[in-house]
Design a binder for this molecule. Sequence first.
Ligand SMILES: [Zn+2]
Length: 289
Amino acid sequence: MKKSDKLTVYIVGTAYSGSTLIGSALNSHSRMLYVGEINRIPAYIKQYNHSKHPASCTNCLITDQQCKIFSEKNIQKIGNMSPIKTFDYIRKITQKPIVIDGSKLIDWLRVSTSKDLSDQTKVIILTKNPVSYLQSCKQRGIEPLWAEANAWRDTYFDAMRTCSRLGLPCLVVRLEDFLRAPERVLRQVCGFVGEGFEKRMLEAKMPLHAIGGNPGAYLGYVDKKILVNRYEEMGQKEFDINPMRLKTKLVSKLQSRKNLRAIQNLTLETPGLIDIATQLGYVYSDFLD
Ligand SMILES: [Zn+2]
């Protein structure tokens, strides 16, 4: 692999912004590999203290198998390397030159990248409409919501500031755009990383082997019953799926309508939140019904 051929793409943003979903689509590209939340490898948690919850490959956790990429042996090996070496190692074993990290924390971007590699590093700032983000928090029982609203604002403020400071090219991807027009967004991402679009990205049929992430994104190729069983065995904290994903569509729709007005008000009343959201390309009507 030529030196100029490799690229590490960091996805940054809040939780529940759809990184596993988009990661899965990108992973279907013949030259891209989505590796999930590398910062949750146990040795990295110890070293960098960015996350409290160690994780392994979510696919293999759900289906109860030994992972080919993130086997216990490989996770240990990776834990002894720096993140930059890890990405090279993963490139070597998978033969995919573009590695996409879905750790999402901006602090992780600060510790795991290097100024010398700024020509081989790009950032996707992944966002979800703050109203939908707060609804996801509410459905998972995460409170207080006002603190989450502040965290949403601060996360994206910090993301934009850090990319500027580190001189890293970044692309804002709004989850809503991806859900509405996946091909258009995937073409944008392909253009951003210098690759051609591949139709199979829309099918996202390639099995995804990535650390952590949202088990709900595996609903396409894992049976819902298996997900429900795992959820009941492990509980919300360890198996962080939105419980609404496991309910019927109608129940989930009714639940998301509940409290909507209060969440919209909170979004509009949180100081500075709308300013940041408009910097990311949202418009006022996105926050209303
Ligand atoms: Zn796996």
